[in-house]
Ligand binder design. Structure first.
Ligand SMILES: Nc1ncnc2c1ncn2[C@@H]1O[C@H](COP(=O)(O)OP(=O)(O)OP(=O)(O)O)[C@@H](O)[C@H]1O
Length: 210
C-alpha cells in the first residue's frame, strides 16, 4: 500500500527518524513508541504536513513529492491535538475538508450523525472542548475516498460512545473498502474490535514491525 524510500527527518540538524526502505502492506497498524520517539513526526510526514528527505509512494505509483495533490486526496490525517481557525464553525470546516477530499453532502451528514455532533456542529470552534474538537477532526479524517487514514492519538479525550463509533468506522471501511490505517496510541487499542491489528515500533530513530 505504501513504500517509503530514503526517508530522513531532522529538526535543527538532529535526526529524529531514518528509514532506508520500508514496505507497508494494506492493513490496520498500531504505531507504538515511547514519548518523543517520533510517532507524530512519522504520521505528519506521511500526511505531507511536514518536509522530509526521501519519498513516499502510495501504490501503485502516487508519489507524495511529485504528485502531492493526488497523494493528499487519498491520504487523510487527524492530528493528536488539532488546531483550527476558531472563528469557523465545525460544519464549515467539515465542508471545506470534504470538498478538498472529494466527499459528498450525504457522507458529511452520515458521519456527523453517527459521531453525534449535530448539536454543536454549527457553533464556532472557539466554543469547543478538546473532546468536541477531537470528534470533529475524526469526522473530517473520514471524508472523501481515502486509501489510507493516519490517526495520531485518536483515543485521547473521546467518550465511550465516540470510542465505539470510531472502532466501528475503522472496521467497516477497512472491510468494505480496503482502507488502511496507521494509528498511534499510548492507550491500548482494542484488538477484539480491530481483529486484523498489526504492530509497528518506533525506536532508535527508525521504524520496524513489532
Ligand atoms: N517542531 C519541532 N522542532 C524541534 N524538534 C521537534 C519538533 N517536533 C518534534 N520534535 C522532536 O522530535 C522528536 C520526536 O517527536 P514526536 O512528537 O514525533 O514524538 P512522539 O513519538 O509523537 O511523542 P509523544 O508520544 O510524546 O507524542 C522529539 O525529540 C521532539 O522533541
Amino acid at each position: 500500500m505504501l513504500t517509503i524510500n530514503g526517508f530522513k527527518k531532522s529538526y535543527n540538524a538532529t535526526t529524529v527518524l531514518h528509514i532506508d526502505q520500508l514496505e507497508i502492506a494494506a492493513g490496520i497498524y498500531w504505531v507504538k513508541g515511547e514519548n518523543g520517539s517520533g510517532k507524530s513526526t512519522f504520521l505528519k510526514a506521511l500526511a505531507g504536513a511536514i518536509a522530509f528527505e526521501g519519498d513516499v509512494l502510495l501504490h501503485p505509483q502516487i508519489s507524495l513529492k511529485k504528485q502531492a495533490v493526488a497523494y493528499r486526496k487519498r491520504v487523510n490525517f487527524a492530528e493528536a491535538e488539532p488546531i483550527f481557525p476558531d472563528f469557523l464553525t465545525g460544519l464549515e470546516l467539515i465542508q471545506l475538508f470534504s470538498s478538498a477530499k472529494g466527499g459528498s453532502k450525504k457522507q458529511q451528514k452520515e458521519y456527523i450523525e453517527r459521531m453525534n455532533i449535530e448539536l454543536f456542529v454549527n457553533d464556532p470552534l472557539r466554543t469547543y472542548s478538546s473532546g468536541m474538537l477531537k470528534k470533529l477532526s475524526l469526522v473530517m479524517s473520514f471524508m472523501g475516498n481515502p486509501t489510507l487514514i493516519l490517526l495520531d492519538e485518536p483515543l485521547i479525550t473521546l467518550d465511550t460512545d465516540a470510542l465505539s463509533t470510531l472502532y466501528s468506522w475503522i472496521g467497516e471501511i477497512n472491510r468494505q473498502q480496503g482502507v488502511s490505517f496507521l494509528l498511534s496510541s499510548h492507550q491500548t487499542l482494542e484488538s477484539e474490535q480491530l481483529p486484523v491489528l498489526k504492530e509497528m515500533l518506533v525506536e532508535q530513530q527508525t521504524i520496524k514491525y513489532a
